[in-house]
Design a protein around this ligand. Structure first.
Ligand code: ADP
Length: 169
């Protein structure tokens, strides 16, 4: 089981083994956290991403980190919220699981995630946080996982989900 914590911050400043990007299926960059990661990493990241030829929702692909202070970027594609009957929960859980599968395979010790799908993809954050926390806590990756929220309000939601999951064992 990973060590899991939640914080407020800018994920592009995390000097860890890998940060996870909430990318889109084209892997050609976008807004939100994806835009921030590409801006800071530099044009080489976009060039490497283009060579990966996209990524399916729920899947994840790794690249180098270029001018970011981390060692690698794990790009995952969250579900677009369409009301909850389009397997959004399964797809979101798969994002977190597949990203941690890569971290485990690569021998990483420290990984940081943003709040996947809860920005422009519209996933309700309470439900997204519950899925994120339970998926991380069920994963065999034994390193340190931090969820880096952009606002204190979002951090409080993830913190509550984490405390609830730990209470329920
Ligand atoms: P998605 O398309 O998966 O919803 P977004 O990038 O629109 O992805 O939003 C995901 C979350 O990332 C949102 O909570 C947003 O506030 C947050 N975010 C945006 N920039 C950063 C950043 N630099 N560091 C951490 N989180 C960020």
């Amino acid at each position: 089981m990973p060590t899991l914590f939640v914080k407020t911050g800018d994920i592009t400043e995390e000097a860890v083994d890998a940060i996870v990007n909430a990318a889109n299926a084209t892997l050609r960059g976008g807004g939100g956290v994806d835009g921030a990661i590409h801006r800071k990493a530099g044009w080489e990241l976009l060039e490497e991403c283009v060579r990966l030829k996209g990524c399916a929702p729920g899947d994840a692909k790794m690249t180098r980190a270029y001018r970011l202070p981390c060692r690698a970027v794990i790009h995952t594609v969250g579900p677009i919220w369409k009301g909850g009957a389009q397997r959004e929960a399964e797809t979101l859980a798969s994002c977190w699981r597949t990203s941690l599968d890569i971290a485990l395979r690569e021998g990483f010790r420290t990984v940081r995630f943003p709040s996947i799908s809860t920005g422009s993809y519209g996933y309700p954050i309470r439900e997204a946080a519950r899925i994120a926390v339970s998926t991380v806590l069920a994963h065999p990756f034994a390193g340190e996982v931090g969820i880096v929220c952009f606002t204190d309000e979002d951090r409080a939601v993830y913190q509550e989900a984490l405390e609830e999951a730990l209470r329920e064992g």
